[in-house]
Write a protein that binds this ligand. Structure first.
Ligand code: C5P
Length: 238
């Protein structure tokens, strides 16, 4: 597989409504220490320098995210694409907008705005190393219960669980096949699930706690504190 970043595409999915954050706007537009979550996500992709193509999937009819994307100095090809009503539909729209000669596709949640470059590097390296699908993951600190309503039905061994993040990386043909094969998108929350349902192995790569998904107001407070602290540190280092 080519080492050329021009053969790598990143799809940033940002077409969600952000209802749980409660700001009345798409989550990717929400500001965190003065920058939108989308800009912070793009900063991470740019810093990683893994990809030659970025496609950002935005809510249909959006103009504000599009304006940010048009103005963003990514140094690579970048374009906005209209999303769909579910995450898999949004990913499919992003896939269709990538050049045909891309052989590695990363799918990244805009909401994981502080994902460090090393996560991108590990995921791409694992795909280049022969994995068809790669997910970054971290150990879970909570005990996780399986429930039926409010009755606990099982307690999986915590040592066997990983909280999975993005970017998830795929051999492009595998991701295309997975999206083409799966019809019922009802409970699909990530792309690896689609690949798993084909019976194709999915490989784990090291994730990072900083790749957490900004979902709730508490997550946003944490993200803000992290960005401000990193900024203060950078100033001190100058
Ligand atoms: O809803 P959830 O937090 O799982 O969404 C994960 C990511 O998928 C978010 O970045 C969101 O913007 C994106 N998404 C999308 N299109 C949808 C629903 C979610 O791009 N229809």
């Amino acid at each position: 597989m080519s080492e050329d970043p021009r053969r790598v595409g990143v799809i940033i999915v940002a077409a969600g409504s952000g209802v749980r954050l409660g700001r009345g706007m798409p989550k990717a537009l929400v500001r965190c220490a003065g920058r939108t979550l989308l800009e912070l996500s793009l900063d991470g992709v740019r810093a990683s320098a893994v990809a030659g193509h970025i496609r950002v999937v935005v809510p249909p009819g959006d103009t504000e995210l599009r304006a940010i994307i048009d103005a963003y100095p990514s140094g690579v090809t970048i374009a906005a694409v209209d999303g769909g009503s579910s995450r898999p539909e949004s990913v499919r729209a992003g896939l269709a907008a990538l050049p045909a000669d891309v052989d590695i596709v990363l799918v990244h949640d805009a909401a994981r705005a502080l994902t460090p470059p090393h996560v991108f590097h590990s995921v791409v390296a694992a795909v280049r190393g022969g994995a068809a699908a790669v997910v970054p993951g971290i150990a879970v600190s909570d005990t996780i219960k399986v429930v039926d309503g409010n009755t606990v039905t099982a307690t999986p061994d915590r040592a066997t669980l990983r909280a999975v993040q993005t970017p998830q990386g795929f051999d492009a043909a595998t991701l295309h096949a997975a999206h083409a094969a799966v019809r019922d998108h009802g409970s699909v929350t990530d792309d690896a699930m689609l690949v798993e349902s084909l019976g194709t192995p999915v490989t784990l790569a090291p994730g990072d706690p900083l790749a957490f998904k900004v979902t709730t107001p508490l997550d946003l407070m944490l993200a803000e504190a992290i960005v401000l602290q990193a900024r203060a540190q950078a100033q001190e280092d100058q």
